[in-house]
Design a protein around this ligand. Structure first.
Ligand code: CA
Length: 529
């Protein structure tokens, strides 16, 4: 009996603790909760861009590899990404592999074809789509096609094999380099090590078809198309025409193929032109980098950041009337966000991604942005240094940096991934929750946008809705870097019932909804439904 009494007391104490803890959780119950959600299985995904060399080294040779990516898929998934874009993994000449020597092979630095097949299988088991870089604007000058073509020209066999694969002429010109020992020049708009392919050649087109078929048959879900504006250098109509051919060929192989093109142009209307090709997405360069529209909204001298963001969201709705938007802050060719937003602007670094994650389409995050890596130097290798998993000397850390440049702790200002995963206020956990909100509300990526003008009440807030499958979410954001705001929302029009999630750049902050009145701390947003 005595024991029975003890058990009862313990049980009552347990029930009391459960009740008390659930009460105390009420105020913060919307803060970073991760309910089980069913993530919509379609083309609208949160992509994570991986530079394999710098990501995770599985075998201790100092170079990141495909097995390393496979080992870290749980990390990728835990962060709410359900797509990965692999930068080139084919055999290439430079450390970055954008100069392909063999489109069907895997570079030995990164592993084997079997490693790639395993990665594809493991991705799909975890609900992650995998797209790979398709670099068909140019090859390496060590590609057998180019080597053979040059040898044929040297032998005077000017119409022999592969001489139609590149743009040879006898006059040279801007962006041309000479073929040693001949009167010929070849087009190489980037540099002499990357001869431009002749995309008018039916033989080249047949090869491209074969390459796409090879990888789609292996199970990749699509391609990131490198250098689309350079296919026919700065000739938009021809580029769009070629992309149309490319996309239709890919679709004929795999009906639901996803293609995202690198059309590096600065105006939305110019990016939009590329969508006429029918390809799913083109990177939204106008929102990216220090000169882009997200950074512009967040400049601290702006009196109306919310109004600017609402206009941006509306203009995206108006301009991108077809296809899937592909917003991003940075990639392997740009400065890292923490560098262009200002290294010490901890909250701004988080909130910039928050704003990206409220846009339509597929978002793209470059590896390392989620730990706030910086790019203190200007050259390309410094934008592509090793990811910091744990301390510098721990196992699995990539030690061979691109071009063996010494990398200092300055690149890892906010510390390692391990440290940040343990800190709810970290950049990593902010990214994770922004992705969670996006996954939990399929309307955000897929819905039709309606914006609302609240400038009479406040120019620092932005209010808009997305409607998808007859379901509407209302998004309210405070873009002020230092000032909270309380406003009355028009509940009649917006027709929301409750707040389902919110995200503040400072973890300790809270958004409070009281009837139709909402209070948003600086750099925060809420989802109402
Ligand atoms: Ca390795």
């Amino acid at each position: 009996m005595k024991n029975m009494k003890k058990i009862m007391v313990l049980l009552l104490a347990f029930v009391f603790i459960v009740i008390v803890s659930s009460c105390s959780n009420n105020n913060t119950s919307l803060k970073r909760k991760y309910d089980d959600i069913t993530i919509t299985n379609d083309k609208y995904r949160n992509y994570y861009e991986i530079f394999v060399r710098s990501f995770y080294d599985s075998d201790g040779d100092g170079i990141g590899d495909l097995k390393g990516v496979t080992e870290k898929l749980d990390y990728v998934k835990d962060l709410g990404f359900n797509g990965i874009w692999l930068m080139p993994v084919n055999k290439g000449t430079s450390y970055h592999k954008y100069d392909v020597e063999d489109y069907y092979g895997i570079d030995k630095d990164f592993g084997t074809l079997a490693d790639m097949e395993e990665l594809i299988t493991k991705c799909h088991e975890k609900g992650i789509n995998i797209i790979m870089d398709l670099v068909v604007n140019h090859t390496s000058n060590r590609h057998p096609w180019f080597v053979t073509a040059c040898n044929n020209l040297k032998a005077g066999k000017t119409t022999a094999e592969y001489t139609d694969f590149y743009n040879f002429n006898t006059t040279g010109g801007n962006g041309y380099s000479s073929v040693q020992g001949t009167k010929y020049h070849y087009e190489c708009q980037f540099w002499s090590g990357m001869p431009d392919l002749n995309l008018d050649s039916q033989n080249v087109k047949n090869e491209i078809k074969n390459i796409m078929k090879f990888w789609l048959d292996k199970g990749v879900d699509g391609f990131r198309l490198d250098a689309c504006t350079s296919y026919y250098t700065n000739m938009t109509t021809q580029n769009v025409q070629f992309l149309k051919w490319l996309y239709n060929e890919a679709k004929a192989i795999k009906e639901d193929v996803y293609m995202v093109g690198e059309a590096w142009v600065t105006a939305d209307t110019n990016v939009r032109k590329y969508y006429d090709s029918g390809a799913d997405s083109f990177f939204c360069f106008p929102v990216s980098q220090g000169s882009g529209s997200v950074a512009n909204c967040l400049r601290s001298n702006k009196a109306n950041p919310g109004e600017l963001f609402t206009k941006l969201i509306q203009s995206q709705e108006d301009i991108y009337d077809i296809g899937i938007l592909a917003p991003f802050l940075s990639n392997h060719d740009t400065k890292r966000a923490a560098s262009f937003l200002g290294r010490d602007n901890f909250e701004k670094i988080k909130f910039a991604q928050g704003l990206i994650s409220l846009m339509k389409g597929c978002t793209f995050v470059y590896y390392g942005e989620e730990i706030g890596m910086t790019s203190p130097d200007e050259d390309d290798p410094c934008k592509r240094v090793a990811f910091l998993w744990d301390t510098r000397d721990s196992e699995g850390y990539v030690t061979k940096q691109p071009e063996s440049k010494y990398v200092t702790d300055a690149y890892y200002y906010y510390g390692s991934s391990k440290e940040q995963l343990e800190d709810p206020n970290s950049i990593t956990n902010y990214y994770k929750y922004a992705n969670y909100i996006r996954n939990a509300n399929p309307e955000i990526a897929r819905g039709v946008t309606t914006t609302y003008d609240y400038t009479e009440l406040s120019t620092q807030i932005s209010v808009f809705q997305r409607t998808y499958n007859n379901s509407t979410v209302t998004i309210v954001a405070n873009l002020s870097y230092d000032t909270p705001v309380t406003i009355k929302l028009d509940k009649e029009t917006l027709k929301f019932e409750k707040m389902t999630q919110y995200l503040c750049a400072t973890y300790a902050d809270e958004v409070v909804l009281n009837g139709d009145e909402i209070t948003l701390p600086a750099y925060s947003y809420a989802i109402l439904k």
